[in-house]
Design a protein around this ligand. Structure first.
Ligand code: Q9C
Ligand code: ZN
Length: 676
C-alpha cells in the first residue's frame, strides 16, 4: 500500500454525498452520461488507493444566494430555485429551454452544494487550512452563464469561487485552467473583460464542428477591453490528442503566460473527459498525464491550486485520472508518462496559432520565435487516425490496456517508503526541513568509495571519501526504490568527479537512461560513453560548444530572465522526450542560481523520472539552498520567482538557436512544427 505522507496542512477534499442525487428522469441520450456513478466511482477509487484518508476531508456547504449572485442574475437563481417543486413533466419542459441540460428536484440543492464546495476549498487554501485541494462536485459548472444553464452545468462553480477570491480575499490575479475537453464558454463570457482572471481552456473544436459550435471558442478570441489577452483558447482540431500534445500545450503556451501573469491562486476546471476512453472527448491522454499537469501547475502561486470537478464520463478513466491528480496534490511523485512523447502536427498547429494570436499581449511569447500560423496539414495525431473510434473493439482494448497498465505500474513501482533523504556533511539541524525528511547517516562501505574514487585526484582526501560514501549510499537507495529523491553535499572541487562517479554507478546499477543537468562550470566527464544512455545538459554563463543529441550545452549570460524560458523551453522538453529513470542535477562552481530558480528547477525535474532526482550541491554553498531544494524535492511548492522579468536578448537568441538545432531529434522541443 501507499506510504503515508500526510503533512499537517495538506490537501483538502470537499464533498457531500447529496451530490449523487441528481439524475436524468427521462430518456435523453445526450444527458444520460452525467450520472451519479461518476462521483461514486471516483470516491470508491480514492478510498481503494488510500488517498481519501490522506486528505483533509471537508463536508460541502451550500453557497448562499448572495454568493450565487456574484456571477448569476437574481432572476436566473430564482428560476433554478423554482425547480425544486416541479413535477417530472415540468422539469423536462424547462430543461428543454437550455442546451444539454436536465433538472431534477435535487438540482437546486446540489448545484448550491457544488458552488459551496468550490468556495469552501478556496477559503481553506487562502486561509491556510490546506495547501491545495479538490472539490468533487455535481453538477459541473463551466458551461453555466450569468442567466443560463448549459452543458449539464447549472451554476458556474469555478467562476463563483474566483469572484469570491477577489471580493472576500482581495486577490488581484487568478488563473483558471480549464482542461475539460469542452470549451467553458460560460467562464469565458463571465471574465472576458476582466484582466484579473486569466482564463485558459483547451477544447475539442474540429474547426467549429464540435459542440458547443461557437466561433468564439477559436484561438483568435482573446478577450475584450481591459481583458484583451486574458482569454486563451486552445482549440484541438483533431481527436486523439495524447500526453505529448497536452504536455506541449503546457510547456510552450500555458506556463510561459502563467509565469508572466504571476497568479496568486490557480483554479482548475478539472474535467476528465479529456482523458483516454471518454466518449465525449475521444482523446488519448492517460491518467498519469493529469498528475504531470497538476505538478506543473503546483509551481505557480506558491502551490495554491484548487481543482473543481467538471466533466468526465468514462467511469474508470475518470476515477483513475482523479486519483492521479490527488496524488500529485498530496506531493507524491508522478508515475512516468508512457512514451514516446511526440506531439502531433495538428496539435503543434493549434498551439502555434494560439501563440500567434496571443503574442501581442505577452512579452514571453514576443521573445520566442512566433511564426505566422501554419497552413493546415493532413497529419494525424500520435498513433495514426482513430478510425476505429468510437466504440470499436480495437479501441476498447487500447483503452483497457492504458487503464490497466496503471495498476500494473503501481504494483511494479510502488512509492518508495522515504520520499526525501539528505546526505549532508555539515550539521544540518538548522535547515528547517519537514519532519519526515530523512537525515541519512549511513554510508556505503569505505572500500567501495575508494574503488570509485581511484581515478579522481579530487576524491582522494579523507573528507571527500566520506562524502562520496554517503552519496553512494543515497544513490543506491534511490535506484533500489527505497528513497525517491535526495540531496548530497560535496566539496566544490569534487563536484565534477562525484558527478562522474554517480553517472557510472547509476548506469552500472540498472539505470537505463540518465538525465544529467549541470549548472555552472562543470565539464562533461571526458570519457563518458556517448551511447544514448546519458543525456548531458549543461547550463552556464560561458560560451557553449556545438550541441549533439546527447550532449547539450547552453550559455545563459543573462541568467535570471532567461532561466525560466530555459526550463520550460529546453530542460523539460528534453527531459520528457528522453524519459530518464533518474535525474542528476548538480549545482557547480559559479552556477549563479538564486534559491527560487534552483527550487523551480528541482521541482519540475521531479516530473520526468517518476520523482527520482539526486541533487548535488556544494558543501560551501549556503545551507538555505540545500534547505529549499530538500523542501521542493519533498513536494513543497517552490517560492515565487517574483515579478516577471523578460529574458536578455542574448539568452533568447541562444535558446532559439539551440532549439532549432535540436528539434529534429527532440520532438518535444517543437513549437511550430519546424521539424515536421
Ligand atoms: N457529442 C461537461 O463536460 N453534449 N459538459 C455534447 C456532443 C453536451 C458537457 C454532445 C456535453 C456537455 C461539463
Ligand atoms: Zn466536458
Amino acid at each position: 500500500m501507499q506510504s503515508n505522507h500526510s503533512p499537517a496542512m495538506g490537501t483538502a477534499l470537499v464533498y457531500h454525498e447529496d451530490m449523487t442525487a441528481p439524475r436524468l428522469l427521462w430518456d435523453d441520450p445526450e444527458c444520460e452520461i452525467e450520472c451519479p456513478e461518476r462521483l461514486t466511482a471516483v470516491l470508491d477509487h480514492l478510498q481503494q488507493f488510500g488517498l481519501e484518508q490522506r486528505c483533509l476531508q471537508l463536508s460541502a456547504r451550500e453557497a448562499s444566494e448572495a454568493e450565487l449572485g456574484l456571477v448569476h442574475s437574481p432572476e436566473y437563481v430564482a428560476l433554478v430555485r423554482g425547480t425544486q417543486d416541479l413535477g417530472k413533466g415540468e422539469l423536462q419542459a424547462l430543461s428543454g429551454q437550455f442546451d444539454a441540460v436536465y433538472f431534477h428536484p435535487s438540482t437546486f440543492h446540489c448545484a448550491r452544494l457544488a458552488a459551496g464546495a468550490a468556495l469552501q476549498l478556496v477559503d481553506a487554501v487562502l486561509l491556510g487550512a490546506a495547501h491545495n485541494g479538490l472539490a468533487l462536485v455535481r453538477p459541473p459548472g463551466h458551461h453555466s452563464q450569468r442567466a443560463a444553464a448549459n452543458g449539464f452545468c447549472v451554476f458556474n462553480n469555478v467562476a463563483i469561487a474566483a469572484e469570491h477570491a477577489k471580493r472576500k480575499h482581495g486577490l488581484h490575479r487568478i488563473l483558471i485552467v480549464d482542461w475539460d475537453i469542452h470549451h467553458g464558454q460560460g467562464t469565458q463570457y463571465i471574465f472576458e473583460d476582466d484582466p484579473s482572471v486569466l482564463y485558459f481552456s483547451w477544447h475539442r473544436y474540429e474547426h467549429g464542428r464540435f459542440w458547443p459550435f461557437l466561433r468564439e471558442s477559436d484561438a483568435d478570441t482573446v478577450g475584450r477591453g481591459q481583458g484583451r489577452g486574458f482569454t486563451v483558447n486552445l482549440p484541438w482540431n483533431q481527436v486523439g490528442m495524447g500526453n505529448a500534445d497536452y504536455m506541449a500545450a503546457f510547456l510552450h503556451l500555458l506556463l510561459p503566460l502563467a509565469f508572466e501573469f504571476d497568479p496568486e491562486l490557480v483554479l482548475v476546471s478539472a474535467g476528465f473527459d479529456s482523458a483516454i476512453g471518454d466518449p465525449e472527448g475521444q482523446m488519448r491522454a492517460t491518467p498519469e498525464c493529469f498528475a504531470h499537469l497538476t505538478r506543473l501547475l503546483q509551481v505557480l502561486a506558491g502551490g495554491r491550486v484548487c481543482a473543481v470537478l467538471e466533466g468526465g464520463y468514462h467511469l474508470e478513466s475518470l476515477a483513475q485520472s482523479v486519483c492521479m491528480m490527488v496524488q500529485a496534490l498530496l506531493g507524491d511523485p508522478a508515475p512516468p508518462l508512457p512514451g514516446p512523447l511526440m506531439p502531433c502536427q495538428s496539435a503543434l498547429e493549434s498551439i502555434q496559432s494560439v501563440r500567434a494570436a496571443q503574442a501581442p499581449h505577452w512579452v514571453s511569447l514576443q521573445q520566442q520565435d512566433v511564426a505566422p500560423a501554419l497552413s493546415p496539414s493532413a497529419h494525424s495525431p500520435e498513433g495514426g487516425p482513430l478510425s476505429v473510434l468510437p466504440g470499436g473493439p480495437a479501441c476498447e482494448a487500447a483503452v483497457a490496456a492504458a487503464l490497466s497498465s496503471l495498476l500494473d505500474q503501481r504494483r511494479l513501482h510502488p512509492t518508495p517508503p522515504v520520499r526525501t533523504a539528505v546526505a549532508l556533511t555539515a550539521p544540518d539541524a538548522s535547515l528547517g526541513l519537514p519532519p519526515d525528511v530523512l537525515h541519512q547517516e549511513k554510508s556505503a562501505p569505505r572500500e567501495e568509495a575508494e574503488a570509485w574514487a581511484r581515478p579522481h585526484g579530487s576524491l582522494a582526501q579523507d573528507e571527500a571519501l566520506t562524502a562520496l560514501a554517503k552519496l553512494l549510499y543515497l544513490l543506491d537507495g534511490i535506484l533500489a526504490g527505497q528513497v525517491s529523491s535526495g540531496i548530497a553535499a560535496v566539496r566544490a572541487s569534487a563536484v565534477v568527479a562525484t558527478l562522474d562517479v554517480a553517472i557510472r554507478r547509476g548506469l552500472s546499477r540498472g539505470a537505463q537512461r540518465l538525465f544529467c543537468v549541470a549548472l555552472g562550470q562543470l565539464d562533461r566527464p571526458l570519457d563518458l560513453p556517448d551511447d544514448g544512455r546519458t543525456l548531458w545538459l549543461s547550463i552556464s554563463g560561458k560560451e557553449a560548444a556545438a550541441p549533439s543529441m546527447f550532449h547539450v550545452s547552453v550559455a545563459l549570460p543573462g541568467m535570471t530572465g532567461g532561466f525560466l524560458s530555459c526550463i520550460l523551453g529546453l530542460v523539460l522538453p528534453l527531459a520528457y522526450g528522453f524519459q530518464p529513470d533518474l535525474v542528476l542535477v548538480a549545482l557547480g562552481p559559479a552556477h549563479g542560481l538564486q534559491g527560487p530558480h534552483a527550487a523551480l528547477l528541482a521541482a519540475v525535474l521531479r516530473g520526468p523520472a517518476g520523482g527520482r532526482v539526486l541533487a548535488l550541491v556544494e558543501e560551501e554553498s549556503t545551507p538555505e539552498l540545500a534547505g529549499v531544494l530538500a523542501r521542493v524535492l519533498h513536494g513543497e511548492a517552490p517560492p515565487s520567482l517574483g515579478p516577471f522579468s523578460g529574458a536578455a536578448p542574448e539568452d533568447v537568441r541562444a535558446l532559439r538557436d539551440l532549439r532549432r538545432q535540436l528539434a529534429p531529434q527532440w520532438k518535444m522541443l517543437q513549437v511550430a512544427g519546424e521539424a515536421g
